[in-house]
Design a protein. Structure first.
Length: 228
């Protein structure tokens, strides 16, 4: 049967459980500590919600959790169906848009995209990223504004072989921080052809039919939110 034992000679009390006599709290007088395994148990106020306990070397403190350098979220979209453009101005590729709600206003955003394309006359084209945030669309990761040249992230000169498939990759770290953590942020892949007379085709060889023995590839865009 459980019992309470007193050892006056060694100033020791033995018990299986200690509970408050008139409430749920057992108080320790100011200036006194409880030791567990030779280490004092230190009371630390909860402080800010979400904080963690950190050691100062001699005591415990309530501190904000570390977030630097962490991947806060990753969103990816894959497009498997083919599409064609004859536009010499940049247009968004339907199905190659990723969206997220930023976790932090100090984050940066790593963009990665792989696109597969062909042309029916060896004509080349260009790709770029488009950021959409708070009603504003901004091309990001593009070349300088010199002259009237095309400003893009990646591009190809006239392809070396008609109907041949090409895979191109691009990435960009967007350092423009979000102004709040409640507004959705989106990135899209845009493209243009160098010649409006010829189709620039995504995910399949131009001129292919479902009965032809040609390749069908995929295109993808991925967004990584990186903590500051």
């Amino acid at each position: 049967m459980p019992q309470l034992d007193f050892d006056g000679a060694n100033s020791k009390v033995s018990a299986d459980k200690i509970q408050g006599q008139s409430g749920t709290t057992v108080a320790v007088e100011t200036g006194h500590n409880i030791s567990v395994g030779g280490v004092n148990v230190v009371a630390v106020a909860p402080s800010t919600s979400g904080n963690v306990l950190t050691s100062t070397g001699s005591a415990w403190a309530s501190s904000a959790a570390a977030v630097g350098g962490k991947v806060l979220q990753c969103v990816s979209v894959t497009k498997v169906d083919p599409t064609t453009t004859n536009s010499t101005s940049f247009v968004t590729i339907s199905g190659l848009t990723v969206s997220c709600t930023p976790t932090s206003t100090s984050s940066t955003f790593l963009l990665q995209a792989n696109v597969s394309h062909s042309s029916n006359s060896g004509v080349g084209g260009s790709y770029r990223f488009l950021r959409s945030y708070s009603g504003t669309d901004t091309a990001v990761g593009i070349g300088d504004a010199s002259g009237v040249v095309t400003r893009a992230t990646i591009g190809s000169s006239d392809l070396t072989a008609t109907y041949q498939m090409y895979m191109m990759s691009m990435q960009f770290m967007d350092t423009t921080n979000a102004s709040d953590t409640s507004t959705s942020l989106s990135y899209s892949v845009q493209w243009q052809t160098r010649n409006a007379s010829y189709g620039f085709t995504l995910n399949k060889q131009t001129g292919e039919t479902d009965n032809d023995d040609f390749q069908r590839l995929i295109s993808q865009i991925t967004l990584w939110e990186i903590g500051a």
